[in-house]
Design a protein. Structure first.
Length: 234
């Protein structure tokens, strides 16, 4: 009898150490799994196991703070409920087969520092809600099928260090406010139909950026598509 009681006690103690995330966060993770054909992932999740055992999910203080699922054969759409993961600091879904649009609910992730969707089949415009990601350091959207302009709202991202939209179908003028972003180290915008003016380039160069002009990306006349990468500090 004592052995049974001890077993129950130890079981309860063990359960208390298993990360218990909120219902809304768990539901958002399950939505991501089902909407991207999770059973066909290279490394899938066992939804009957604790979330702390799910590959690529990092939990801290009972909150989901990171999802890293690169090269994992995610195929489908990013669910709107991704916006429920408000404690996320890192969302890395690059080099999969994601399609459809980037949901505007992504703007709810105020703690996000790294957002990376490189190398997918995402289409539509970059949502203006991106400008609400007040903690964002890196935005990686390269090699997709995104259209429209880079939203002016990205100029609100005061901590942004890397903006990578290389190889999409974006058009229009690069937001001029980016030229005055003192934390911006890399601006990768080549392989689009974007343009800027001389003043933009001059301002970027004035705070230590190196400028790579690719002549075969000239739009009309003097308007050029550029890729800008800041020099490493000495």
């Amino acid at each position: 009898m004592k052995n049974i009681q001890l077993t129950i006690i130890f079981s309860l103690i063990s359960l208390s150490f298993i990360a218990q995330i909120s219902t809304s966060e768990k539901k958002a993770l399950q939505d991501l799994y089902t909407s991207t054909n999770g059973d066909s992932w290279n490394t899938s999740w066992n939804l009957n196991q604790p979330v702390s055992d799910w590959q690529g999910v990092t939990i801290k203080d009972d909150k989901v703070i990171s999802i890293t699922l690169l090269f994992n054969n995610l195929e489908g759409k990013i669910p709107n409920s991704i916006g429920q993961l408000t404690n996320l600091e890192n969302l890395e879904l690059s080099f999969n087969k994601l399609e459809g649009t980037i949901p505007s609910e992504i703007g709810n992730l105020k703690n996000l520092k790294i957002l990376a969707f490189n190398g997918n089949n995402l289409s539509g415009t970059i949502p203006t809600s991106i400008g609400s990601l007040s903690s964002l350091n890196q935005l990686h959207l390269s090699s997709n099928q995104l259209t429209g302009e880079i939203p002016q709202s990205v100029t609100k991202l005061e901590y942004l260090e890397i903006l990578n939209v290389f190889d999409n179908d974006l058009s229009g003028e690069i937001p001029r406010g980016l030229a005055y972003s003192k934390n911006l180290k890399q601006l990768l915008v080549a392989e689009n139909n974007l343009f800027t003016n001389t003043e933009f380039s001059t301002e970027l160069l004035s705070h230590g950026a190196s400028l790579d002009l690719k002549q075969h990306f000239i739009i009309p006349e003097t308007k050029k598509v550029i890729a800008i990468e800041s020099e490493e500090e000495n």
